[in-house]
Design a protein around this ligand. Structure first.
Ligand code: PAN
Ligand code: ZN
Length: 186
């Protein structure tokens, strides 16, 4: 038997940062969320290069069918609005409908929008320390309602997959809008 070793893990989660050689980063700009915001006029008037959010993810098993593996990610959503609608993630159902997920708030404030297959919708406030269980068959999207970056972590099964099509086609049944300074699902 080899001498057992104690190592420094290759992954660090410090405040709202996910650090490590194997961490992948992806960014979404306004142009990536075409037709997802209500106010088309305001959308067209904005710079399509505007950065909406970034995702840092760690995918330990590079196999979409990896039964039992878990992915981990941190999302940073920038503050802002398109018209009266807050900057938000695209939102998705998991391709494997029964796959669940945890989200938890790290910095900033926002709302997690959850919609089931019958299009029943509800919101959960996100703030540092808020913990959110996303059941299977529930589409999830996050909107930043504050004036600084909203950061949250996520942990989901590696074989969940992301179905963005359904949301692109039929949208969520309500939007998170600023109504006289108050975030409301309408
Ligand atoms: C998250 C999301 C991330 C970005 O890691 O993928 O917050 O949101 P969109 O994927 O909707 O653009 C997750 O829910 N993974 O399953
Ligand atoms: Zn998800």
């Amino acid at each position: 038997m080899e001498t057992p070793k104690i190592i420094v893990p290759p992954l660090l989660f410090v405040r709202d940062l996910l650090l490590g050689k194997e961490v992948a980063k992806s960014s979404r700009k306004l142009s990536d969320l075409k037709n997802l915001f209500l106010d088309q006029k305001s959308y067209e008037a904005m710079d399509p290069e505007t950065l909406l959010y970034e995702v840092y993810s760690y995918i330990p098993v590079q196999d979409d069918a990896a039964n039992g593996a878990l992915n981990f990610g941190i999302t940073h959503i920038y503050p802002g609005k398109v018209g009266q609608e807050y900057f938000m993630t695209k939102g998705h159902f998991h391709a494997q409908d029964d796959r669940t997920e945890y989200y938890w708030g790290i910095e900033g404030e926002g709302v997690l929008i959850l919609m089931d297959r019958k299009r029943n919708i509800r919101g959960e406030k996100m703030f540092p320390g808020s913990l959110h269980y996303i059941p299977g068959g529930v589409a999830h999207r996050v909107a930043n309602t504050g004036n600084k970056v909203l950061s949250f972590a996520a942990c989901w099964p590696s074989d969940a997959g992301h179905d963005y099509e359904e949301i692109a086609r039929t949208g969520f049944s309500a939007r998170l809008m600023d109504v006289d300074g108050i975030p409301q699902l309408i």
